[in-house]
Design a protein around this ligand. Sequence first.
Ligand code: SF4
Length: 239
Amino acid sequence: MSRQSITWSLQQILRLARAPRRLSWAVRRRLRSLDTRPIRTDKGEVLRTSRGGLKRLQAAPDVLCRAPWVSLDFRMDGSVGFCNHGAYLIGNATTDSLLEMWRGPRARQLREMFRRYEIPDAACAHCAHQLRLGQPEGTFAVSHFGSWDMQPDRGGEAFPRTLIFRLTNVCNLRCMMCNGAIRVVSRSDVEHRLPPRASREHDEFRLCDGCDRVYWKGSHYARLRALVQRLFPDPSDES
Ligand code: SF4
């Protein structure tokens, strides 16, 4: 085999090896050209205009995120938003009716923003961050809400189709020492800090997020409870 034919053969092999890459690059360029819709934050920053948005566009062709059309998210304090990744609130279930919140000005405002492909940067921080990284497929808007159908009637606002209730181990008590929030913790979380007797006699423990103090229903709790019962006797106990 001549030197020339060896060189030619090698060139052909190299061409074939590069072909798939060239093809995928061409496909990628085509896909990029399809996706030209800018996404803006409420501060006017353009987050993503190129290929990364394609997947999201396919998932939700009309709006940036479908959550405000399909979902309601209830938090422990009664405040209500659209998803458990966002901080955008539309009211409070302890004071507002669901319909007022669902059709209220705050809800309509977010829907309008999503129709314009705008995202509230602080309230939807998770999704804005993913878009900023050029990873629209990593947003909760796509992974969780992208597959929900928009309801065609009345602008898709007739009623929510999924309800999210957030549970938390934070209880409604406050720390006696620092007034911090207290949450229920398991024995294994605090066992190394318990006196032997408390560890032996108790199974429920709470921890202050403010000062890191551990609580359990010890003798002080029992004495206080007896005092309250003496001062405010339960009439049903006398019968
Ligand atoms: S954009 Fe993201 S954070 Fe905002 S409502 Fe949609 S899913 Fe939730």
